[in-house]
Design a protein around this ligand. Structure first.
Ligand SMILES: *Cc1c(COP(=O)(O)O)cnc(C)c1O
Length: 365
């Protein structure tokens, strides 16, 4: 028998979440954001759950190639655009739309030989200060692109820094709207958080929304709201089994560094999942976990291949009992990846993306 750890990708949840994002941004077209190998879910595995999207947005050219190889003929957008001139040849060949965020990318386009002019998304830095042209330089960039025979259609794009937080998007929205006011072309502004929180405003949902995390069933603004609040379902479950148990006496310690000490006699389960599987080492005693669908807690340190859990709330559990690290447990029990992420001081995004290659993955249709 293989080591019992297993990740399950729930395609029905992907379909549901995508539909949920459509409802959040009515009339807008929806990019399914599948960068980072579909946030760790696997592009090929997620594809069938996301094929109702209007396009796929990603970063890596080889990921674009994989989406085309899966048979997708619709739009694909490179969210960071090209990295060198050669990449434009692949854009021409695969019909990729690409972001243009700096002068160097316009220079590359200007000398690119193509029969088929490209569709580009011109990116504005409206306050995030990562990629994009500042508002004052935006029109000149637009004019340069517009004059190129290599360019067909120009759309407008920006990205919010605080769509999930108290600062919100109003300041960036205003900058973007003002700088693009009389320019023709489609617009795309919103990630999951912006679409869910502010998608009721037509200018925010605009022509295209770009949800990633919500499609995978994690709340973009956790812990303020959870996935259920937004009507999202987990698309990834990480499950495993108990491979050993120990009966502790008061004063016994558990694991490396003896970070947990039993205050009274108790039983613990040893679980086949550790940081080499992608489970965060920063999760400490108290991190929630499901054993046979019953919520209990981690005790002691996460080690490379194992964790230890308190079996007090599940006295019937023992060798072979099913353990849910996040996602769906038996009997409809749920444990959000966001709760586990919070215990590790991080976000659900990181946990999903960090699922380790050694974990076998199955797909549920
Ligand atoms: C990753 C990304 C998104 C998706 O963000 P989520 O928070 O996962 O919805 C949208 N737009 C851009 C430019 C991105 O890089």
């Amino acid at each position: 028998m293989p080591r019992p750890i297993l990740a399950t990708i729930h395609r029905p949840a992907l379909r549901h979440n995508l539909a949920r994002m459509r409802a959040a941004a009515p009339d807008a077209r929806v990019w399914g954001v599948v960068k980072a190998n579909a946030y760790g879910h696997g592009i090929a595995r997620a594809y069938d759950g996301l094929r109702a999207a209007d396009g796929f947005a990603l970063l890596d050219l080889d990921e674009a190639q994989r989406v085309r190889d899966l048979g997708w003929r619709g739009p694909i957008l490179l969210l960071e655009g090209v990295f060198e001139s050669r990449d434009l040849e692949l854009c021409s060949r695969l019909g990729l739309w690409h972001t243009v965020h700096c002068e160097a990318q316009i220079d590359m386009l200007a000398v690119h030989k193509t029969h088929q002019p490209h569709r580009v998304f011109l990116k504005m830095n409206s306050g995030m200060n990562r990629l994009g042209f500042r508002p004052a330089a935006y029109r000149a960039a637009y004019a340069r692109l517009d004059a190129l025979p290599q360019v067909d259609e120009i759309s407008h794009m920006t990205h919010f820094s605080d769509a999930d937080g108290p600062r919100g998007i109003a300041h960036q929205l205003q900058v973007f709207l003002e700088a693009t006011r009389d320019l023709p072309g489609e617009r795309s502004l919103s990630n999951s958080a912006a679409a869910l929180r502010f998608g009721g405003e037509p200018a925010v949902r605009a022509d295209w929304v770009r949800p990633g995390i919500a499609v995978y069933g994690s709340a973009p603004d956790a812990p303020v709201h959870d996935a259920q609040h937004w009507g999202l379902q987990p698309a990834m479950t990480l499950s495993t089994r108990i491979i050993g148990t120990q009966d502790l006496q008061a004063g016994d310690t558990v694991g490396y560094g003896s970070s947990f000490t039993a205050e009274a006699p108790m039983r613990i389960g040893v679980v086949a999942c550790g940081y080499a599987d992608g489970y965060p080492r920063h999760c400490g005693t108290g991190t929630p976990v499901l054993v046979e669908g019953v919520r209990t807690r981690l005790v002691g340190r996460v080690s490379m291949d194992m964790i230890t859990v308190d079996l007090t709330p599940v006295p019937q559990a023992g060798l072979g009992s099913e353990v849910t690290m996040w996602g769906r447990g038996p009997g409809g029990a749920l444990l959000s990846v966001d709760e586990v992420a919070q215990a590790a001081g991080t976000v659900g995004y990181e946990l999903m993306c960090a699922l380790a290659p050694r974990v076998p993955v199955q797909v549920e249709d």
